[in-house]
Design a protein around this ligand. Structure first.
Ligand SMILES: C[S@@+](CC[C@H](N)C(=O)[O-])C[C@H]1O[C@@H](n2cnc3c(N)ncnc32)[C@H](O)[C@@H]1O
Length: 203
């Protein structure tokens, strides 16, 4: 099957919203989501052969399925996972490259195989310190030049993480909006290090 251009992928995504969160507060459209330009950015950047990972599930998960990346999604609720799979099955959309892991990211991420990733989306739990935990265990697997996308940057715990990333020359800001941001990683390998290696950080 020929690859679809990114704009067509996003059009089909919005033309048929997966009703995955009807049981979980029933957000507008039946699915939690962010701003459309975030999905356009991800669709533009991602190659189908990329390895991607996200914390939290929603419209973004469907986007990764439509792009066809080797995608891992960590989300806690069985209903959102079942609903997404049902949505795909009803439309005969292939999900062999999708791994859905039910659980909280702080339990799951450190147990995953430490394969290298091309893009990470952090949009799961937003209470302190979950965004930092998500970043530590997932962004640490990004290759140099890999892309980190973070949603809900107005929330306090996410703002703290951004304060660090903006100060660290190993993360280059590539998109900044009031709702979501994206960075390119300038380093590689795990993120464990001593404070002495973080001289750029003065708070
Ligand atoms: C705002 S929605 C994600 C929206 C999605 N990224 C999109 O753009 O369409 C938040 C998701 O995070 C999940 N979530 C909440 N706490 C979590 C945690 N501690 N670990 C992983 N996922 C979590 C929710 O169940 C939900 O699937």
């Amino acid at each position: 099957m020929p690859e679809q251009p990114p704009s067509e992928i996003v059009n089909s995504l919005f033309a048929d919203l997966p009703q995955v969160h009807a049981e979980l507060g029933n957000p507008e459209g039946g699915v939690w989501r962010t701003d459309r330009p975030c999905y356009e950015f991800i669709a533009d950047r991602c190659e189908p052969q990329w390895r991607t990972l996200e914390t939290g599930l929603g419209l973004s998960t469907m986007l990764f399925v439509l792009i066809g990346t080797e995608h891992t999604c960590v989300a806690p609720w069985k209903s959102e996972i079942d609903n997404l799979l049902l949505h795909c099955r009803d439309r005969q959309i292939a999900t062999e490259r999708l791994t859905l892991i039910q659980g909280f990211s702080d339990d799951v991420l450190s147990t995953l195989p430490q394969t290298e990733l091309d893009l990470v989306l952090i949009d799961g739990g937003h209470g302190f310190p979950t965004p930092m935990i998500d970043w530590y265990y997932s962004a640490g697997r990004l290759r140099q030049g890999g892309v980190l996308v973070i949603d809900d940057v107005h929330l306090p715990a996410v703002r703290l993480l951004l304060g660090y990333l903006d100060a660290d020359p190993r993360w280059t800001s590539i998109v900044k909006t009031p709702k979501w941001v994206a960075y390119e990683r300038e380093s590689n390998g795990p993120l464990r290090e001593s404070h002495a290696q973080q001289r750029f950080w003065s708070i």
